[in-house]
Design a protein around this ligand. Structure first.
Ligand code: ATP
Ligand code: MG
Length: 555
């Protein structure tokens, strides 16, 4: 198992250690707050491992809370997929799944409290007017003409908003803070807007919906969250987070801490862009094995342990950076090298006829499931007169570096005999269609008796007993390291991100479990795909045996 078991250390854990040692908290509570407007991606995995990992290590609790304040963009399918992904990653949330919408009544009450305190008002300015009055980073904003409406009038107007008496966009409830603040988010931010939208949890109960900044801090406080961890783009909003909590009547005071988001090379991690990839059919759905989604990684053959290990290795800091894709791949490769059972599959079949082997004979040879782990046992692999080898494993002529099959020379078939290539048959275009060979029957599991040295070992599959399989070779979805940096990210989609081969696999793979990764000897790590049917097996390549991109980057 490649997963390291040491506890991570990072600036957030240092803050928690200090809070505990100073007696500020005895019980640590975190939350993971996804918006159900898309599938989770590897960036979310970083946040999940951080929040759930802290709860685990400090004997605390981590809530799963859907931040569901944008009903038009959200969907119950996303709610379900997100829960599955968090579970697959190996984490249990505390108690029931929570929703910000659980707190809509309380949130409404706190909005009324702010109005009563003269700290919120209903604004009917047009969008253009509001933008104009907001000012810029270098210029202070100006007060809205609605800012000094009386408390009683604001209460009545907010009630009308709630009762559906205003149109969408006609008015907003805004906090009354400071139009000249250096922080744009403090210039009388919106608290509530009108939306006549059906909500996946609350149905048609509401036609006003609270904004993220108002909702998030209050939800944290209601749940007794002690450390509210989010990504750096919310750094400024921490002022608003603290402002709201200090002006309403609520007991607990959670604190927000920000860390840098994960950026990963050769992919995009913005939900907006991921949705575009799916909706415009650049990929085959959210769980396309090329997608950086948790569902895609899982289908590709990633294990949850390898994803957790990756999150551990990248660490948690306040520094923005771009993580190499090879780091994620290495986590999987390292784990599977020791844990994945071996099997034989030929991706580009070339027929071999062993002329001195019995026409009808079939032997069941024994193959170890792992070269160095006997506890993984062995399986039976049928051997027959006609077999397939990888087309690239045969050459009519080659120098000594080519340790595979060459005309007139010998090679060992993995788990089987030594064969010698005697002659070839070609089609009219000169392509080799069959290689006729002889085998040395005294070489099963031992070297030739007369001391002949046979260096190369190649894999093979019985032609009569092997099973046809579609083999999907996946590569990076984008051909440039930072596709999001380009004006049109779709322009750099890697045209070879999916290459389909019609191969042959050993018959034991008919019973392979879906998504259980294995090594196809000499070609990479693969898993059976859910598109497999009884008469058509489909395998996905999770990752190759070596980092082929590292070589290319140097070239
Ligand atoms: P996107 O920008 O892709 O739309 P988001 O931040 O809006 O993502 P949410 O569903 O709101 O998506 O995210 C839930 C949690 O996951 C938040 O706390 C967010 O900060 C965190 N998160 C999202 N993307 C990343 C990332 N790339 N790296 C680390 N954490 C992330
Ligand atoms: Mg968000």
């Amino acid at each position: 198992m490649a997963e390291t078991d040491s506890r991570p250390s990072n600036f957030i854990r240092q803050i928690i250690d200090k809070d505990i040692s100073q007696g500020l908290h005895t019980n640590i509570q975190t939350r993971f707050p996804p918006e159900p407007n898309g599938y989770l991606h590897i960036g979310h995995a970083k946040s999940i491992c951080l929040n759930f990992g802290i709860a685990e290590d400090y004997n605390g609790q981590c809530n799963l809370r859907f931040d569901d304040t944008n009903p038009e963009k959200e969907d119950i399918d996303y709610v379900n997929a997100i829960q599955q992904d968090v579970s697959w990653l190996g984490f249990d949330w505390h108690g029931e799944v929570r929703y910000s919408s659980n707190y809509f009544d309380q949130l409404h009450g706190f909005a009324v409290e702010l109005i009563n305190k003269g700290l919120a008002y209903v604004d009917f300015s047009s969008q253009e007017k509001m933008r104009e009055l907001r000012g810029t980073l270098t210029e202070p904003g100006k007060n809205s003409p609605y800012r000094d409406t009386s408390v009683s009038e604001n209460l009545a107007l907010f009630e009308k908003m709630r009762n559906g008496e205003f149109k969408e966009g006609e008015c907003l409830l805004r906090a009354k803070i400071d139009m000249s603040s250096d922080f744009m988010c403090m210039r009388d931010p919106a608290l509530y807007r009108v939306r006549f939208a059906h909500h996946h949890q609350t149905g048609d109960k509401w036609c006003i919906y609270p904004m993220y900044d108002f909702t998030h801090c209050i939800s944290d406080a209601i749940e007794g969250i002690t450390h509210s961890l989010c990504t750096l783009e919310f750094q400024d909003n921490r002022r608003l987070y603290d402002w709201v909590l200090s002006h309403i009547t609520i007991d607990t005071t959670p604190h927000q801490y920000e860390f840098s988001r994960l950026n990963l090379e050769y992919t995009v991690l913005s939900k907006r862009k991921l949705i575009q990839l799916v909706e415009e059919n650049h990929v085959n759905g959210w769980d396309d094995p090329r997608m950086p989604t948790i569902a895609g990684l899982q289908r590709r053959g990633y294990t949850s342990a390898s994803v957790r290990e990756f999150c551990k290795r990248i660490g948690v800091t306040k520094m923005d950076n771009m993580v190499e894709m090879s780091m994620l791949e290495a986590c999987l490769r390292e784990e599977l090298n020791s844990s994945a059972p071996r099997a034989m599959a030929v991706l580009e079949p070339l027929k071999i006829v062993i002329e001195n082997y019995g026409d009808e004979e079939v032997e069941n040879l024994t193959a170890a499931n792992h070269p160095s782990d006997e506890t993984m046992g062995s399986r039976s692999v049928p051997f027959s007169k006609e077999i397939y080898i990888e087309a690239e494993d045969f050459k009519e002529e080659a120098n000594k570096k080519f340790k595979r099959l060459v005309l007139g020379k010998e090679v060992r078939l993995r788990n089987a005999y030594v064969i010698k290539a005697e002659r070839v048959e070609k089609d009219q275009q000169g392509n080799i269609t069959t290689v006729f060979c002889s085998y040395d029957k005294d070489t099963l599991g031992k070297d030739p008796a007369d001391g002949r040295k046979v260096k190369g070992v190649i894999h093979w599959v019985s032609a009569s007993r092997g099973v046809n399989a579609e083999i999907r070779l996946y590569d990076r979805l984008f051909s440039v390291p930072n596709p999001a940096g380009a004006e049109d990210f779709l322009g750099s989609i890697n045209p070879d991100s999916l290459v389909i081969k019609q191969g042959v696999v050993e018959p034991s793979l008919i019973d392979a479990e879906l998504q259980a990764p294995m090594q196809f000897e000499r070609t990479g790590y693969f898993c059976k795909d859910k598109d497999s049917q009884d008469n058509k097996l489909v395998f996905n390549r999770a990752v190759g045996l070596r980092d082929t991109w590292a070589k290319m980057d140097q070239a």
